[in-house]
Design a protein around this ligand. Structure first.
Ligand code: ADP
Ligand code: MG
Length: 446
């Protein structure tokens, strides 16, 4: 369906889609190569990218799915700035701990600022100033904002950038029970979010690392080319988080239990000698971390003094968690998980357009009228269409369509116009069908 925040259609002759015929030498992995070749991004400087129109549409769609599932889980969206005051990070003790990954900036008054690598301090400062009573809890807030981490070796394009788009949510509760419920809400929201993008995401118990804390899961999508080695029970692949609805107010332990009960570990933790899963049920593959959730209790609320008056009037420090999703990394991750020799194969939910409409003879008035008619019928049904009305030869047009990976291609040419038909091709399986205009519209709008 057309997404209201994106233009419903575009014409290649006047669009900005700089495709590359050759593989760029600087790209080591397939998603990076394809993102450059398909005109999705261009590098500004190491690890920092501009999003070109086609890539930006994908980024927006991913962001929107993330947003819808956060909202459904009772998280509330706000927007914090990219720049933060150093003082807050001195209060938590992380200003010095963070080291060279943090980009430090001085303003004209010589005040220390930083480009936020994450937002625990800033959100805690907002909540400590405004939330005074346990009656205002629990509360989960999130934003979708650019982060900066001065990675030593930015690589693999948007997968490990220095500037990257993250959804980060923060939960505030009165006690462990509230904090744990918020954690479970995010756990389930993540399962649904990645499933909606056509991904198999495996939650794995994780070491808690620099954010610290007691309980943590990484969400890893399976892709042969992923950064980490993954071992998991095959039954995890059969679980479908979208098969039933979820009530986020209820106890969610039973919803996450099927996932946490089955074995899953990255190579850091996996040990063949002690692995409980028999070899024939163990899947050994690779994966990409796309999300990470943490429960860390009062790690930030104590040093920052974030507390509320409890039911008996006593001071209680807030029980917190934080929950990240790599929105820009997902663009690369989805390509790693879904491509073939000809190019990208977008899952429908995140495709920049649903249909690529190829006009084989733009200088033929009849063919062009038929192509325009089809485009109008599709957009009227809410289908996003990219119309190739350029004058390249057919082979080049099809190669570009395959490269940019729209789920469907519809071809209008002189032969079809005479017969009153359109050729419809499915990008994923390559199946082609000659359909009447009406049948084509129904198929593509279905
Ligand atoms: N350098 C990066 N480039 C792109 N995405 C990143 C980067 N670092 C982290 N992310 C994304 O943000 C999510 C949350 O980050 P976090 O777990 O705090 O980072 P890390 O795993 O690097 O410690 C990660 O799961 C990942 O999807
Ligand atoms: Mg992580």
């Amino acid at each position: 369906m057309t997404q209201g925040f994106l233009a419903p259609s575009a014409r290649l002759s006047s669009y900005f889609l700089p495709v590359l015929k050759e593989n760029p030498a600087e790209a080591q992995i397939v998603s990076h190569r394809l993102m450059l070749r398909a005109g999705l991004v261009r590098q500004a400087v190491a690890g920092i990218y501009s999003w070109l129109p086609l890539g930006y549409r994908v980024l927006k769609k991913i962001e929107q799915i993330v947003r819808e599932e956060q909202d459904r889980a009772f998280a509330h969206e706000l927007l914090m700035p990219t720049l933060q005051p150093a003082e807050l990070w001195r209060e938590s003790g992380r200003y010095d701990d963070y080291g060279k990954e943090m980009l430090r900036i001085k303003d004209r008054h010589e005040r220390d600022l930083l480009y936020g690598p994450t937002n625990e301090e800033l959100i805690t400062a907002i909540v400590r100033a405004e939330v005074r009573s346990y009656k205002q809890l629990p509360l989960t807030l999130y934003h979708i904002q650019w982060k900066f981490r001065d990675e030593v070796r930015p690589r693999f394009g948007v997968m490990r950038g220095r500037e990257f788009l993250m959804k980060d949510a923060y939960s505030f509760g009165l006690d462990y029970a509230q904090a744990r419920h918020a954690y479970n809400q995010m756990f389930v929201a993540y399962l649904r979010t990645f499933a909606r993008m056509g991904l198999k995401a495996i939650p794995m118990r994780a070491a808690t690392g620099p954010i610290g804390g007691d309980l943590s899961h990484e969400f890893i999508i399976l892709a042969e080319t992923g950064e980490s080695e993954v071992f998991c029970h095959r039954d995890l692949l059969a679980l479908d988080p979208l098969s039933s609805g979820v009530d986020y107010r209820r106890d969610l332990d039973p919803v996450i239990a099927p996932y946490t009960a089955l074995y899953a570990a990255t190579d850091e933790k996996h040990d063949a000698a002690t692995c409980p899963v028999p070899a024939e049920q163990l899947l050994h593959t690779r994966g990409i971390e796309v999300g990470h959730i943490f429960y860390f209790g009062t790690k930030y609320s104590k040093p920052l003094g974030a507390k509320v008056a409890g039911p008996k009037g006593e001071d209680m420090f807030l029980e917190m968690g934080s929950y990240g999703i790599g929105v820009s990394r997902l663009v690369g991750g989805i390509i790693e998980a879904s491509h073939d020799a000809a190019g990208i194969v977008w899952p429908e939910a995140v495709a920049p357009f649903k249909v690529g409409l190829v006009n084989l003879k733009p200088d033929d008035a009849q063919v062009t009228a038929a192509a325009e008619d089809l485009a109008a019928k599709l957009t009227a049904r809410g289908v996003e269409v990219l119309i190739d009305d350029g004058d390249e030869r057919a082979g080049a047009k099809f190669a570009t369509m395959d490269l940019i990976g729209l789920p469907w291609q519809a071809t209008v040419g002189p032969r079809g116009v005479k017969a009153g038909t359109v050729e419809v091709k499915n990008r994923r399986d390559g199946a082609r069908q000659e359909l009447s205009v009406e049948a084509a519209v129904n198929r593509l709008a279905g």
